[in-house]
Design a protein around this ligand. Structure first.
Ligand SMILES: NC(=O)c1ccc[n+]([C@@H]2O[C@H](COP(=O)([O-])OP(=O)(O)OC[C@H]3O[C@@H](n4cnc5c(N)ncnc54)[C@H](O)[C@@H]3O)[C@@H](O)[C@H]2O)c1
Ligand SMILES: OC[C@@H](O)C(O)[C@H](O)CO
Length: 257
């Protein structure tokens, strides 16, 4: 009775930025639970490798190239998926960037705007285009990938703009959850700690940075992308049917101190 609630058979899930890292693991988790996966990703070569990975595990998956900062492309993607599959049940807004280590006073307009465009505009465009269609049929489930950086200020590296974008993702999550709460669409977010993915590969190789990060973490370690994917699976499934507007921290205790 309880395990059944995690099954996603016959559901269609779009995962943005699913070409690698956390997004790819989310696609694996949702696919393993039975969902048909749409890999919505900017880089064609990453789409291809993700599809190979997913299909080798028996997951039904297809790729659709998209840059989430392009609202027309996002709208076309939503229309395309709706036309081919009849609906979208699950949207995971995972695509995001962080060029960390730039002090606020040295942040260029371009650096600021690029982060805002991918991490905030991109999430909003996807929520809007897919949300409209979910509201139209009175059901749907959106999971946004936020960050503990939306709650705390990371140390020692400066990354003001990234922190701001993730705080925006969290509050957008709550705002949409409330607007859509009685209309069948749930909206939640996951706020991870540092996760071993290509995004922070260089930083993880920097011994002093890594030491500071784990010293500041009660569990004294960083996370693996699979550990975020399992939270996303919970939020995307009927196992979390009473939860909307939640920002679920998966941070090895980081935000407790
Ligand atoms: N890795 C971490 O430590 C960490 C921690 C907290 C939150 N996050 C968040 O998790 C999400 C995924 O991070 P990751 O570590 O897996 O990153 P990653 O860089 O490994 O993967 C991100 C994927 O998104 C794609 N992407 C980037 N911009 C895009 C765009 N404009 N349109 C479509 N696709 C685009 C990339 O091509 C890439 O495949 C991000 O939102 C990130 O902010 C990561
Ligand atoms: O690039 C992402 C990092 O800044 C960080 O891993 C994350 O968002 C957790 O604070």
């Amino acid at each position: 009775m309880y395990l059944e609630k995690y099954r996603l058979d016959k559901r269609v899930a779009v995962v943005t930025g699913a070409g690698q890292g956390i997004g790819l693991c989310c696609a694996e988790a949702l696919g393993e639970a039975g969902a048909t996966i749409i890999v919505a990703e900017q880089r064609p070569e990453r789409i291809e490798s993700a599809l190979q990975t997913l299909r080798s595990r028996g997951i039904t998956a297809e790729g659709m190239p998209v840059d989430v900062t392009d609202s027309q492309a996002v709208e076309a993607l939503a229309e395309h998926v709706q036309r081919d599959h009849g609906c979208v049940d699950i949207l995971v807004n995972n695509a995001g960037i962080n060029f960390l280590g730039v002090p606020a006073e040295d942040t260029s307009d371009e650096h600021w705007q690029r982060h805002m465009r991918v991490n905030v505009d991109g999430v909003f465009y996807c929520c809007r285009s897919f949300g409209q269609r979910m509201l139209g049929r009175g059901s749907g489930n959106i999971v946004n990938i936020g960050s503990m950086s939306g709650m705390i200020v990371n140390r020692p590296q400066p990354q003001s703009v990234y922190n701001v974008t993730k705080a925006a993702v969290h509050h957008l999550t709550r705002s949409l959850a409330v607007e859509w709460a009685t209309r069948g669409v749930r909206v939640n977010a996951v706020a991870p700690t540092y996760i071993e993915t290509p995004l922070i590969r260089n930083a993880l190789a920097d011994d002093s940075l890594y030491k500071t990060w784990v010293d500041m973490t009660p569990m004294h370690r960083v996370g693996k992308p699979e550990e975020i994917a399992s939270v996303v699976l919970f939020l995307a499934s009927d196992a979390s049917s009473l939860i909307t507007g939640a920002i679920v921290t998966a941070d090895a205790g980081y935000t407790c101190w």
